[in-house]
Design a protein around this ligand. Structure first.
Ligand code: GLY
Length: 388
């Protein structure tokens, strides 16, 4: 029996990536539905929301940098359009970022990063410890230097997710508030999904955008199952009382004992401190050790942090991919597309992902900027590893 098409596009997963895909598809006239028990949930409820294409640059990730920068450039218009469409304040703050070093090793690391940034044509200014503290007086006296990056901003991912739900609703996206239990494959093409209660939904195009869960959907043939894995991040939220404001005026980050630490101050007074990076499967326990390490390192960087109320501790799962870059576009199974594997950059890559997926869904072609991120790159790697 064939599935009846209930929409043109079925998006499995209602986190920010699934939502932006659905919103952009609906804007282009496609009848779109999202399947998720809790649209707007997922990793965005934990993420700090740094838009950090420059300060999160890593060796070997120059191709990803191109996509990150393309998305960062779209953010002002994207945020304005989303606010206009929904009336939601997204907490988009063009405040810049300061990456600092606490000791000689950190300083050497930052010097390397600075050289890589310069070679990549990115704007980043080296500051002495004194200059860093002039910008951010709450920094520890021992700070040895830093990088001022005025182009790395922030947004509040919880507000972003809520706005995308509203934007989807207003654009006519239908929500099925349930888990997709299984992908339906008919005559060698994806044709929809079956929900946990047995309801069958049909669509000629299905987008798998379920974050770290994307590799677990039943019914997806092994050769197109996305190689994503959960990478746990523990994150703290503190509150800056009005009498201490402004505690920090921009995002402050550092590498402490090899771990990435960041403090993201919102205008609302919320201060987000993150994040651990742990390969522990599906575990989302907040541990005493995780909280201790984040507070210990944050205290070394900004000693006054211990005065602030600790208001929330939470862990989320980044959808990690083998090369830390997303999987975007058609798979080898006709009708099945991916929008997953965004790892550390899901919030940053939200605007470009929506545009790329809407383009593919309406034209069948990946735009040039997204070609390096085709899911087929992993199949090619597997084939070349086979003995001949
Ligand atoms: N982009 C920050 C993180 O993944 O922790």
């Amino acid at each position: 029996m064939s599935s009846t098409h209930t929409s043109d596009v079925l998006v499995l997963g209602g986190g920010i990536i699934g939502l932006v895909t659905a919103w952009r598809a609906a804007q282009r006239g496609l009848a779109t539905a999202v399947v998720d028990p809790e649209p707007g949930g997922g990793a965005a409820q934990v993420a700090a929301g740094m838009l950090a294409a420059v300060t999160e640059l890593h060796y070997g990730e120059q191709t990803l940098l191109g996509l990150n920068l393309a998305s960062a450039r779209r953010y002002p218009d994207f945020a304005a359009e989303l606010t206009e469409a929904t009336g939601h304040d997204l907490g988009y703050r063009r405040c810049g970022t300061l990456a600092v070093a606490l000791d000689a090793d950190d300083r050497a690391h930052l010097r390397e990063l600075h050289a890589l940034q310069r070679r990549s044509g990115l704007e980043s200014e080296w500051l002495s410890g004194r200059e860093c503290r002039k910008l951010e007086p709450m920094l520890a006296p021992g700070v040895r230097g830093g990088l001022r990056v005025d182009g790395d901003h922030q947004i509040d991912p919880r507000r972003l997710a809520a706005a995308l739900v509203t934007a989807c609703e207003r654009a006519g996206v239908v929500f099925h508030r349930a888990w997709a239990e299984r992908l339906t494959v008919e005559r060698d093409r994806a044709a929809g999904c079956v929900l946990a209660d047995g309801t069958a939904l049909g669509a000629p195009q299905v987008v798998l955008a379920a974050g770290s869960l994307s590799g677990r959907l039943a019914g997806v043939p092994d050769e197109v199952l996305p190689p994503v894995r959960p990478v746990k991040g523990q994150v703290l939220r503190l509150t800056v009382p009005a009498r201490y404001a402004p505690f920090l005026s921009r995002t402050v980050r550092a590498v402490v004992r090899g771990g990435h630490l960041y403090l993201v101050p919102r205008l609302s007074g919320e201060l987000v401190v993150g994040a651990t990076s742990e390969e522990l499967g599906w575990d989302t326990t907040v541990t005493a050790g995780g909280v201790y390490e984040l507070l210990r390192d944050a205290h070394e960087l900004v000693p006054g942090i211990t005065e602030l109320p600790l208001t929330e501790t939470r862990a989320g799962l980044r959808p990690g991919s083998p090369d830390n870059a997303p999987l975007l576009g058609p798979t080898a199974l006709p009708g099945l597309l991916l929008a997953t594997g965004h790892h550390r950059n899901g919030v940053l890559l939200t605007p470009v992902t929506g545009d790329v997926l809407a383009h593919v869904l309406t034209t069948g072609q990946l735009p040039d900027e997204a070609r390096p991120f085709t899911p087929r790159r992993f199949r090619a790697a597997v084939r070349t590893e086979q003995p001949v």
